[in-house]
Design a protein around this ligand. Structure first.
Ligand code: AMP
Length: 548
């Protein structure tokens, strides 16, 4: 017997309609690429998204066509999120920090019909001109006053002119909730990027789960700033969840340095924000150097890479609660969030910090399985390592236009490629990416654990641990650091630091100081490039050691 409930599909357009109906006056504030602050309401967003939807229809786009975006977090990008997906097209967000060849590959592979881009990306567009001239249009997200000229791009259009004459009424179509709504490519460090195709259903279910108190805890009382870019896994779903709960939304545009972020947070009364550790490191260091505090910020989410415990403590000292979260492009992204349980409230602060620094507990909706080498679930002792597999309604079931995925198992799970521990309370901790874990003499050494320890040393600005091949042990860890200005840190300092905190065999064999550590297009430490960067130093050290 079927239940007798209405079968209304979960559609992205329904979020916009809800925000326009019940939070009409709530503001969207954007730091624009042109330089000024732009301000309007959800009612305005709704009208302009409908104008855009009418313009897209006039361009002759059909349901399922892909519309590319190359844009920062701003109001026009938000209009694309709703105008494109709402009309049954697929909003394909492209990461402008990828190499130009990869951007070209992604546009081609996705089969984008139209591309919308911020002014700042004209050089990328011109470099890809030959490929882009085949699209229906390349729309620059600006007004006539700022519109650039280009002899290379014959099909260049101005966003404001495109939508100006359109009606602000569009009947959002109703269709199957499993219809594709968005497309985002993984920033894979090896091989070509792979496309993850989100559906209306997955997007809405994820936004519901994201908003819950023990997840990101969002409400109409919040002013939310996604620092995580709208071109990376839909800014972790915040552009949907913020409208769903009716929060004020503040979009930071291209300026993500400490001074710009602090000014924006203070001026707009931001209460909640989310981003990757590298951005937060910049903000913390700038605030410390300039003796600044926060007057409105209450909560901050760290994800994308491991949150070093010292970073959590630094924010706590500024009166900001940190929530560590885990996710992937393939998982929409959020699957884990680290919220304490009632039994943890009485723990000493250092014990609480240990839990808050884990990636967290599963959100309802995503199932987790952690397998040991024998394919059997590992003990929930917080010590054994295993491969983390996930499944659920907002986990990718396959890659877009790509038959071979070794990550998808025959029995319907997605292998995340992350090595983890799980404790008795269900807290999962990422030990490493499978390929980054240091395998030394049969023991697995977590590069993240060593990085977190190094990161807490006052002389160290940023730290990475990579494996070097070793004849006797297979692999041995090497610590690579960028130091704070004018700081010194010797190999002996390193040994002293680790001796107190890890087993002897986990202490890195070598210390290499570099000017800067390379990052991926989404702000993670780029271990492949770090290994290349230090190769020469390692060779020199190997020769010295032989001479000795
Ligand atoms: P991406 O799809 O580019 O967002 O990358 C996903 C990967 O980032 C995951 O598989 C993890 O290895 C890593 N990651 C995401 N969040 C965290 C976190 N909180 N701590 C450690 N690693 C993380």
């Amino acid at each position: 017997m079927l239940g007798m409930m209405m079968n209304t599909p979960l559609l992205v357009s329904s979020i916009l309609r809800h925000a326009a109906n019940y939070h009409a006056d709530r503001e969207v504030v954007s730091q624009t690429v042109e330089g000024h602050i732009h301000r309007y309401t959800y009612a305005d967003l709704s009208k302009r998204s409908q104008k855009l939807a009418n313009a897209l229809q006039k361009m002759g786009l059909q349901q399922g066509d892909r519309v590319g975006t190359l844009a920062w977090n701003g109001y026009r990008h938000l209009e694309l999120y709703y105008g494109v997906s709402g009309s049954g097209l697929v909003c394909h967000t492209i990461n402008p920090r990828l190499f130009q060849d990869q951007i070209g590959y992604i546009i081609e592979h996705a089969g984008d019909s139209v591309l919308f881009a911020d002014l700042s990306f004209m050089p990328i567009l011109e470099a890809l001109a030959e490929q882009l001239s085949k699209l229906k249009a390349v729309v620059i997200m600006t007004d006539e006053e700022h519109m650039p000229k280009s002899d290379l791009l014959p099909n260049l259009k101005c966003y404001e002119t495109l939508i100006a004459a359109e009606s602000d009424h569009f009947d959002w179509p109703v269709f199957d909730e499993n219809t594709a709504s968005g497309l985002c490519y993984t920033s894979g460090t090896t091989g070509n990027p792979k496309g993850v195709l989100y559906s209306h259903r997955s997007t809405i279910l994820h936004a519901f789960a994201l908003s819950l108190p023990d997840a990101l805890c969002l409400s109409a009382s919040d002013t939310i700033t996604p620092i995580v870019p709208m071109f990376h896994v839909n800014a972790w779903g915040l552009p949907y969840a913020a409208l769903m709960v009716g929060a004020k939304l503040v979009l930071p545009g291209p300026k993500l340095d400490g001074a710009s972020l602090h000014t924006l947070f203070e001026n707009e009364g931001v209460t909640m924000t989310a981003g990757v550790p590298t951005v937060w490191l910049g903000l913390l260091d700038w605030m410390q150097a300039n003796g600044k505090t926060f007057s409105s910020l209450q909560r901050l989410v760290i994800g994308g890479s491991s949150a070093p415990p010292v970073m959590i403590t630094r924010f706590q000292k500024l009166g900001v609660k940190v929530r560590h979260a885990w996710g992937m492009t393939e998982t929409s992204p959020v699957g884990l969030a680290a919220a304490l349980l009632p039994q943890h409230e009485s723990l000493p602060e250092n014990e609480k910090l240990k839990l808050l620094a884990k990636q967290g507990r599963p959100l309802f909706g995503v199932e987790f399985r952690v397998d040991g080498d024998d394919g059997q679930p590992i003990a929930r002792d917080g010590k054994m390592f295993g491969a983390m597999m996930v499944r659920g309604p907002w986990i990718a079931s396959a890659y877009f236009n790509n038959q071979d995925s070794s990550a998808h198992t025959k029995d319907g799970w997605f292998n995340t490629g992350d090595v983890v521990t799980i404790d008795k309370d269900g807290f999962i901790q990422i030990v490493d990416r499978t390929k980054d874990v240091v395998k030394s003499g049969g023991e697995w050494i977590s590069s993240i654990e060593l990085e977190n320890i190094a990161q807490a040393h006052p002389a160290i600005k940023e730290a990475a641990v990579v494996a070097k091949p070793d004849e006797r042990w297979g692999e041995r860890p090497v610590l690579v650091v960028q130091l704070q200005d004018d700081a010194t840190f010797t190999k002996q300092d390193m040994i002293d630091l680790f001796t107190e905190q890890v087993s002897k065999w986990s202490i890195p064999d070598e210390l290499i100081v570099v000017d800067e550590l390379p990052h991926t297009a989404t702000g993670k430490l780029l271990k492949t490039a770090i290994r290349k960067l230090i190769q020469e130093d390692l060779d020199k050290l190997a020769t010295q050691n032989k001479v000795v």
